[in-house]
Design a protein around this ligand. Structure first.
Ligand SMILES: *Cc1c(COP(=O)(O)O)cnc(C)c1O
Length: 393
């Protein structure tokens, strides 16, 4: 299928595509897929497979890329967090799986540093968990210099604690290795939300090396996979417990065979019902699209990736003929445009046809931020012209 044909599918339904210079936001459907990933999804759609076989293949691919014991493809990082929480709540107890989101044993609490609370953490509660905040984030409020400490986590662990949620950030407090040390001592699993921690590609392995038991990655962000894809990876038995709660288990119990990749499933005392994660189902198209994207992501070195993003920014700059400043968000290069009335210009760009979405993070400083990660090559020159026109208005 040509790019123009892909654009026409939207126009056939009266939808005008936007120019996405904001980023990988779900709200803006993130970036265009590479042809290779889009082709993989299209091809996958033309045959039927056993989804368990597909997830076993995904497990082999994900363990190779991450160094984790096991993994599977989810419908996003949020789904991965929900399934991770479900896995910590039930382990390989089929009765507990059948009861979620109700928990009988009282072991349903997840500790989280108060400074790491965020809108995605309700996935933990959706599974039946209860979040318990730890520490006082003085360094965030500006009242002081401290944040939650590992000792405060150790102190907060009770017989009700089912796990710890750590939201990965370069400056997350307490640092993950300190959290996993406390958790290991208490025999409690640590879930890491690493949804947006790629690149750098090293982060595919880093959190496992630092002792995480389960890690959630988004597939629709920098990996370049389908928007509704993600990864849950980690310790074999926990990953298997999470997978069991996402699969469609509508089959006679005797027909179910645990594949070697998820051998822990053979420990289930009986065959559970379709679980709480059924609402997060993922299709073969997303699984294959994500696996192809993951291979591309792990094979591309950081310099090539950066050059690809920089070329898009160079094309915007050339077409705009404006003075930009350069910025960066981790490995992602950015263009910063300082304008007299940034909020008004951002609104003008958004109201145009096509609508242009720039990153508004620095609007208050009078800066529009152009992020190349979800920007299609074909839109770069047009974006430059629209920026120049909007500034002249
Ligand atoms: C984007 C994001 C998520 C959700 O990822 P999806 O793949 O869109 O479900 C979760 N947590 C954090 C920190 C994120 O940035």
């Amino acid at each position: 299928m040509t790019r123009d044909a892909q654009r026409m599918i939207f126009e056939r339904f009266g939808i005008t595509p936007i120019i996405n210079a904001y980023g990988t936001n779900t709200r803006l459907s993130a970036g265009p897929l590479s042809d290779e990933v889009a082709d993989a999804m299209r091809e996958a759609a033309t045959a039927s497979v056993d989804i368990l076989d597909l997830q076993a293949a995904a497990c082999r691919e994900i363990t190779h890329a991450t160094g984790a014991e096991a993994g599977f493809v989810t419908s996003g990082a949020s789904a991965a967090l929900l399934l991770a929480a479900a896995a910590c709540l039930t382990r390989l107890d089929a009765g507990a799986m059948n009861r979620l989101p109700m928990t009988r044993e009282g072991r349903c609490e997840f500790l989280i540093s108060r400074s790491q609370r965020n809108m995605y953490d309700r996935a933990i509660e959706t599974a039946g968990g209860r979040l318990v905040d730890v520490g006082i984030p003085d360094r965030v409020s500006g009242a002081g210099v401290r944040d939650a400490s590992a000792a405060e986590f150790a102190d907060a662990i009770t017989p009700r604690t089912a796990g710890i949620l750590h939201v990965a950030q370069p400056h997350a407090e307490p640092p993950l290795p300190e959290i996993t040390a406390v958790a290991r001592e208490a025999g409690i699993p640590v879930i890491v939300d690493a949804a947006a921690q790629l690149p750098p590609a090293e982060n595919l392995r880093r959190f496992f090396e630092q002792g995480a038991d389960l890690v959630a990655f988004s597939g629709g962000k920098a990996i370049g996979g389908p928007q509704a894809s993600g990864i849950l990876a980690g310790r074999g038995p926990l990953v298997a417990a999470g997978l069991a709660q996402m699969l469609d288990l509508d089959l006679p119990a005797g027909q179910f065979r645990a594949p070697a990749e998820f051998s822990a499933l053979s420990q289930l005392a009986f065959f559970p019902r379709t679980g709480i994660g059924r609402s997060c189902k993922v299709g073969r198209e997303e699984v294959m699209g994500l696996l192809v994207a993951l291979r591309r992501f792990t094979r591309e070195d950081a310099a090539t990736r950066r050059a690809r993003w920089q070329a898009r920014l160079d094309a915007v700059r050339a077409a705009a003929g404006l003075e930009f400043e350069e910025g960066a968000a981790g490995e992602v290069p950015l263009l910063l445009l300082r304008v007299p009335d940034a909020p008004a210009m951002e609104a003008r760009l958004r109201a145009g046809t096509p609508a242009v979405h720039v990153n508004p993070a620095r609007l208050r400083e009078g800066i529009l931020t152009i992020n190349p990660i979800s920007l299609h090559e074909r839109d770069c020159a047009r974006l430059g012209e629209l920026l120049r026109a909007a500034l002249a208005d």
